[in-house]
Design a protein around this ligand. Structure first.
Ligand code: RAT
Ligand code: ZN
Length: 416
């Protein structure tokens, strides 16, 4: 076992190990190819990513109505012209497009969007999936699977030809956030005997729904996104469904419950999917959940920078809580660096530092190359400080640690 005794060697070993480590991406919005058009890829999809749509409305005078009336190609043309040609693409989402096109071997210097379109038009989706997974060095991804989505639901109800690199996650936002406003009726229409009062029988029916979908999807976890006002316990349909349905089913099937807290949906509805905002959450909700349910497992990511430190402290209190990823507005280099440091300082290696949230397959390339670099920076510093304190790690130990961060911690948490 060779120990690493100097800083340069350490830096080289850490960077090489992080680059070589295959990744398990625990939260994406990607789909395996059997979901057909739900799997998004290609340059027009990359450009019309909702993160870039929001930036385009700031930089151009296009009206909402005009933009939404355009075809996807026209929208992509406008975004390219506005954010890449009339301005320099230095925001994180813009830089991501550049990183991706470049890594795919396209001539970024030409700035010729039609040239990139040709490349994708001549590419087969199956080959492209292999290429992207290889370039990003991603081993597997977890999808976001919504049983309430009318385009997705039928795919699950047929015999499906999955792809072992794509795992499922059962997303239950409509059940938890929309029970009173319509979901109850949907449930009734689907043959679940539920009522507004959510008594014993209704809860049994919702548990039946969750169990059936767990058996159908074999998800890695059940997930929900929640507003900053989320409270638990809570005298609401959501509170009751979590307590009486989600937690018992999660425990019974050993399928963790993932809470993504802090999103305020449709702050600007004109922006459609790009119109969601955020706020600081009250983490007493998570504290109560973890304390009252020690036999349940929780995965959590938060949208507010101001919540990140208290989340780490909660992680120290509750081993049944696994903190993951730099979610959405957190997924920017400055914040990734800050919260990765904070997490490692408070929790050591017992976190999942990142997920990609990729919606477009190609994004795996940039989201992971950008994050790998920052996580490696932080690790180099942390090992260097430990070296100064007198502790030499071996290359095998660095490999063990990096593999924990990028995959093993998730696997072990699921298996526990
Ligand atoms: O990051 C995003 O693309 C958001 O629109 C959301 O999908 C968020 O990640 C979520 O899962 O709700
Ligand atoms: Zn997401």
């Amino acid at each position: 076992m060779t120990r690493i005794a100097n800083h340069d060697e350490l830096e080289r070993a850490v960077r090489q190990t992080v680059a070589a480590q295959p990744i398990t991406d625990i939260h994406t919005h990607l789909f395996s190819p059997d979901f057909g058009d739900l799997l998004l890829w290609g340059v027009d999809e990359l450009l019309t990513y909702h993160y870039l749509i929001a930036e385009t409305f700031r930089a151009s005078n296009v009206s909402y109505d005009h933009y939404w009336a355009m075809t996807k190609t026209e929208q992509a043309d406008l975004i390219w012209k506005t954010l890449f040609l009339e301005n320099s693409p230095i925001s994180e989402s813009c830089r991501g497009v550049v990183t991706t096109l470049n890594a795919l071997g396209l001539n970024v210097e030409s700035r010729d969007l039609n040239d990139y379109r040709w490349y994708f038009a001549e590419t087969n989706v199956h080959d492209f999936i292999d290429r992207v997974f290889e370039l990003a060095n991603v081993e597997s991804v977890v999808m976001t699977n919504d049983p309430f989505d009318p385009t997705e639901q039928p795919v699950w109800q047929q015999e499906r030809q999955g792809d072992p690199r794509f795992h499922a996650a059962l997303r239950i936002d409509p059940l938890l956030n929309g029970y009173e406003s319509g979901m109850r009726k949907t449930f009734k229409a689907w043959g679940y005997d539920v009522t507004r009062s959510l008594g014993k029988k209704s809860c049994k029916e919702i548990r039946r729904f969750l169990s059936e979908w767990i058996e159908r999807m074999n998800p890695k976890y059940m997930a929900v996104s929640l507003p900053p006002e989320f409270m638990y316990p809570e005298n609401s349909a959501r509170g009751r469904i979590i307590e009486r349905c989600v937690l018992p089913v999660s425990k019974e099937y050993n399928v963790p419950f993932a809470l993504m807290i802090g999103v305020t949906r449709a702050v600007n509805p004109q922006l459609r999917m790009a119109g969601d905002g955020m706020g600081k959450a009250d983490l007493r909700s998570l504290e109560n959940l973890c304390r009252e349910n020690p036999d349940n497992k929780f995965l959590t990511t938060l949208l507010s920078r101001e919540n990140q430190h208290e989340l780490c402290v909660l992680g120290r209190k509750f081993p049944n809580l696994m903190i993951f990823g730099c979610w959405w507005f957190m997924n920017n280099p400055s914040v990734i660096e800050e919260i990765t440091r904070e997490r490692i300082e408070l929790l050591g290696l017992s976190v999942i530092p990142q997920h990609s949230d990729a919606r477009i397959l190609d994004q795996l390339v940039y989201k992971w190359s950008h994050s790998r670099e920052i996580i490696a920076d932080v690790l180099v510093d942390k090992y260097a400080d430990t070296l100064t304190a007198g502790w030499q790690v071996s290359t095998d130990e660095v490999k063990r640690d990096v593999s924990a961060l990028f995959g093993e911690n998730f696997k072990r948490f699921l298996e526990a």
